[in-house]
Design a binder for this molecule. Structure first.
Ligand code: PMP
Length: 443
């Protein structure tokens, strides 16, 4: 583990060298696969060939139609949509692909202002600000919220954009065991006394950072318990909802809605538009004062070209569908569908004897492979049978905790899921990754 105990990258250089240079070189075909269509339930994967044992891969003109179990297209908006697409095309004609300007100059269109209001209303906060990239939203905002003399207490499995934002802030970073409210309390108790007034503490500010759904684990945050600890010690909370906003909760409002947390108890709500909304960019939603402060001080707001207008329009249109403001009930149907699909797929995988991480309702489903040498066999065999699955390994996970990470979408039909299960089951037998015995009644 790295020095501040967050992130795996710098461990044991010898092994890192071996895996990145020797193994990954030979299994390059399992990563960076170019596609030639929208990343919908089915997609066209470009075929590649190599003359030097996979060291160099060349794209061919051929494509293979594959069932897509890898994209974060949770609600199926990353495809032509009867409501969104015409509006996005219209916005492209009116505003062009780029504003060619930063927000404070000519980079704020009517659409940017509309989306900020809509996001604030949707997530249940007084105000919001949007950015062109989700990663930058974390890495640029955290250093504006907190700096030297401050303390960030971060979940050990937080995303790299949070880790980099925390490191770049100059604040002291402490890590608590993944999703453990009791260890969070232990870490807090080492720093401050319960109920100690903020003005009497050795830290200028303390922020606890967590995620709604952990993207490599498929796990829901234990948010109610974490909020209880944060309130007890009077510290700020920062919640990254990249994978939960739009994907879970009765009306798609994320982990707060699903677990019955009042959004007033979360100080900073962060999310991205790259998953459930089929677009790109990110947002921060908070009090009017915080958002105004960010707009005046955050370099990514002041010095970066604003979010592309058609991408903004895509989020506005998708949000209107989710809110039922498009005049249909498609949003509600999509939300019901992703939940049903996720719970069906998870329970079927478990019945087959796979070790599946994560919680019910989460559309992210990692299947443990453990040994990284199982990555190529699993990935290639699935692809041969027209099922595209993402595999993740070191340095995104610890070295011996490689996994296949499945993302379920509302656009998958039951037929798609049954086909995927058949293929995964066969490949699972071949590769030897059914680690749990199957009980006879489950056969
Ligand atoms: N936060 C989390 C938890 C993520 O998983 C990701 C990326 N998947 C990001 C932030 C960065 O978002 P984006 O891909 O939209 O830049």
């Amino acid at each position: 583990k790295s020095k501040d105990n967050q992130g795996y990258a710098p461990i044991c250089l010898g092994l890192e060298d071996f895996y990145t240079r020797r193994l990954y070189l030979r299994i390059q075909d399992c990563f960076n696969r170019p596609i030639a269509s929208a990343p919908d339930a089915w997609m066209d994967v470009v075929e590649r060939h190599s003359n030097d044992n996979n060291k160099t891969l060349h794209c061919t003109q051929n494509t293979t139609r594959c069932l897509n179990l890898g994209s974060y297209n949770y609600l199926g908006f990353a495809a032509a949509d009867e409501y969104c697409t015409p509006q996005v095309i219209e916005s492209l004609k009116r505003y062009a692909p780029s504003t060619c300007s930063v927000r404070v100059d000519g980079g704020t269109t009517r659409l940017h202002a509309e989306l900020e209001e809509l996001v604030a209303r949707f997530v249940g906060k007084p105000a919001a600000v949007i950015f062109g990239m989700g990663y930058v939203t974390n890495s640029a905002i955290i250093p504006v919220l907190i700096g030297k003399g401050g303390l960030i207490i971060s979940d050990s499995l937080n995303h790299n954009s949070i880790v980099n934002g925390a490191r770049g802030s100059g604040a002291t970073v402490r890590v608590f065991q993944h999703n453990s409210p009791s260890h969070l309390e232990e870490v807090l108790r080492e720093q401050i006394a319960e109920g100690q007034p903020r003005t009497h503490r050795p830290w200028k500010k303390i922020i606890v950072v967590v995620e709604g759904i952990y993207s490599m684990e498929g796990e829901l945050c234990k948010l109610p318990e974490i909020i209880t600890v944060c309130k007890k010690y009077k510290v700020y909370t920062y919640l990254d909802e990249a994978h939960s906003i739009g994907a879970i909760g009765k009306s798609g409002r994320g982990v707060c809605e699903l677990l019955g947390v009042d959004t007033a108890d979360v100080d900073i709500m962060m999310g991205t538009f790259t998953k459930s909304f089929g677009s790109c960019g990110g947002y921060i939603a908070a009090s009017k004062e915080i958002i105004q402060y960010l707009k005046y001080t955050c370099p990514a707001h002041l010095y970066a070209t604003s979010m592309s207008p058609p991408a903004v329009q895509q989020v506005i249109s998708a949000l209107k569908v989710i809110l039922g403001e498009d005049g249909s009930n498609r949003g509600a149907l999509k939300l019901a569908r992703i939940r049903e699909n996720s719970n069906f797929f998870r329970s079927e995988l478990q019945k087959m004897g796979f070790e599946v991480l994560g919680d019910n309702d989460s559309p992210v489903m990692p299947i443990m492979l453990y040994n990284p040498a199982k990555i190529p066999a699993f990935s290639r065999e699935c692809l041969k049978q027209n099922v595209a699955i993402v595999t993740v390994a070191f340095p995104a996970t610890p070295l011996l905790l490689a996994r296949a990470r499945i993302c379920i979408s509302a656009s998958h039909t039951r037929e798609d899921l049954v086909k995927a299960l058949e293929v995964i089951s066969k490949v699972g037998d071949l590769v030897g990754i059914k680690y749990f015995p199957v009980e006879p009644e489950k056969l």
